[in-house]
Design a protein around this ligand. Structure first.
Ligand SMILES: Cc1cc2nc3c(=O)[nH]c(=O)nc-3n(C[C@H](O)[C@H](O)[C@H](O)COP(=O)(O)OP(=O)(O)OC[C@H]3O[C@@H](n4cnc5c(N)ncnc54)[C@H](O)[C@@H]3O)c2cc1C
Length: 432
């Protein structure tokens, strides 16, 4: 019997994998009895910010990771592939359909027992802790007391969501960058004057200050828009507001800057302001974002927010099998081990769940080969410099180079193919 604490992206995968390997699992989730500052539902594997799971093509690191996860029987990807919505080269999902279906499948699994309660202790026996960046205080204290590791904190920011019907269609146009993926984004173009006024408003808008003792560190893929604006007048125009690959059909010219809105649900009635995570106060978000052409009447169904993140110093305390160095039976998974992102969290859950099940069945524990994306991430979090440890997304820089191929695109493809071949070979050699 295995206990998995936390039914987020990682815990859902860990419970599923262990149960699929024939080991009974008790899955402990505190929502809805107690929630976190970011979750809004009682569903398992809730997506707390963007509804995009990142790139889906094999030539992108996120796409390569996904393909490896599919071959490992990932629950989150099986469901995501079923409930995907158009988003160019990315895999985006209808967020409610995604989490509802994962919850349904886990609840229906004959070997998984669900307990809706807050865990404040780590139980004896085999346990996977996957309570995420917003681990409840009681358990965070318990983990800290047990591992002795110092938690590190930084702050994420979630982007606002607005209704489609509140956008002035005459001022915006549907298109994907470089014509890719059809017309998946609604683009709000800005001329130079509008952009400069917008930049000035963001720069001076009132922000939530919070009680922050630690120096601020931001999740790289989720940096607050005002933080990007503060780096220079043009930084937004080279970041989330870059107009490259887009032609405004009314002027037949590339806009000076653009705000992209991506469908948030399958019906397409809600739109996510891509890259506009923010710490601005809600009234300021209303004021400043309504300056964007087409958004003068924008109706906000969710405002951007910021949250604390908690993660362990894994290079110091974790083995490549996801076991705590101090106790064979204790595994950690998800964002709290220092991987960054939905899919990275889920993939660490797959590995921790498989190993917890292998331990229960008396089998040797396993680590994916270092030339796979999953293996490379594991290697990074367990062997990076513990003095300067920072969470990491999937990226090709973690994988060994592939000499002899000149073109960048061809090289990426070759590295991804090598990773898949290596994964297949490893799986064939590993006894379940
Ligand atoms: C605000 C915010 C925005 C983010 N935005 C993105 C994004 O856009 N894209 C992206 O790729 N990544 C994003 N991340 C990072 C990360 O990918 C997600 O947080 C991801 O959900 C992490 O997966 P997880 O399984 O580790 O944790 P979670 O998905 O948070 O799951 C942890 C689960 O544990 C439960 N729990 C906590 N404490 C207890 C307890 N004591 N007892 C029982 N249950 C407990 C929680 O209720 C939750 O269900 C964001 C993180 C935050 C905080």
């Amino acid at each position: 019997m295995i206990t998995v604490i936390g039914a987020g992206l990682a815990g859902s995968e860990a419970a599923w994998q262990a149960a699929q390997m024939g080991v009974p699992v008790t899955l402990v989730e505190m929502r809805p009895i107690r929630s976190t500052p970011a979750h809004q539902t009682a569903y398992f594997a809730e997506l707390v910010c963007s509804n995009s799971l990142g790139g889906n093509h094999l030539s992108s690191p996120a796409g390569a990771l996904k393909e490896e996860m599919r071959r490992l029987g990932s629950l989150t990807l099986a469901v995501a592939d079923n409930v995907s919505i158009p988003a160019g080269g990315a895999l985006a999902v209808d967020r409610d359909a995604f989490s509802a279906e994962i919850t349904r499948r886990i609840e229906a699994h004959p070997l998984i027992t669900i307990k809706r309660e807050e865990a404040d202790r780590i139980p004896v026996g085999i346990c996977v802790v996957a309570t995420g960046p917003l681990t409840s205080d009681a358990l965070a204290k318990e983990i800290q007391a047990l591992t002795g590791a110092h938690d590190l904190y930084f702050y994420d920011a979630a982007a606002p969501v607005i209704t489609l019907e509140s956008v002035d269609a005459a001022k915006a146009f549907w298109a994907g960058r470089w014509g890719k993926g059809g017309a998946d984004y609604l683009n709000c173009p800005l001329d130079k004057e509008e952009y400069l006024a917008f930049h000035a408003a963001i720069s001076t808008a009132q922000k939530h200050e919070g009680h922050i003792d630690e120096p601020l560190q931001f999740f790289a893929g989720c940096m607050p828009v005002e933080e990007i604006a503060a780096r220079g007048v043009d930084t937004l125009r080279f970041g989330p507001m870059r107009p490259v690959g887009l032609i405004d059909p009314r002027t037949q010219r590339r806009p000076y800057a653009v705000v992209q809105l991506r469908r948030e649900n399958a019906a397409g009635s809600l739109l996510n302001m891509v890259g506009f995570q923010t710490r601005m106060t809600w009234p300021e978000q209303r004021r400043v974002f309504r300056m964007i052409p087409g958004l003068a009447q924008a109706e906000f169904v969710r405002y951007g927010v910021m949250h604390r993140n908690t993660f362990l110093n894994s290079p110091r305390i974790l083995r490549p099998t996801y076991q705590w160095r101090g106790r064979d039976e204790l595994f950690f998974a998800g964002q709290m081990v220092g991987v960054e992102g939905y899919m990275e969290s889920a993939c660490s859950g797959i590995m921790a769940g498989r190993n917890a099940a292998r331990l229960a069945r008396g089998l040797a524990l396993e680590t994916a080969p270092p030339d796979t994306m999953i293996g490379a991430l594991t290697h990074y979090i367990t062997s990076a410099d513990p003095e300067n440890f920072q969470p990491m997304n999937a990226n090709y820089g973690l994988l060994p180079p592939y000499p002899g191929i000149k073109g960048r695109a061809e090289r990426k493809q070759a590295v991804a193919q090598r990773a898949l071949a290596s994964l297949e070979m490893w799986l064939a050699e590993t006894d379940n």
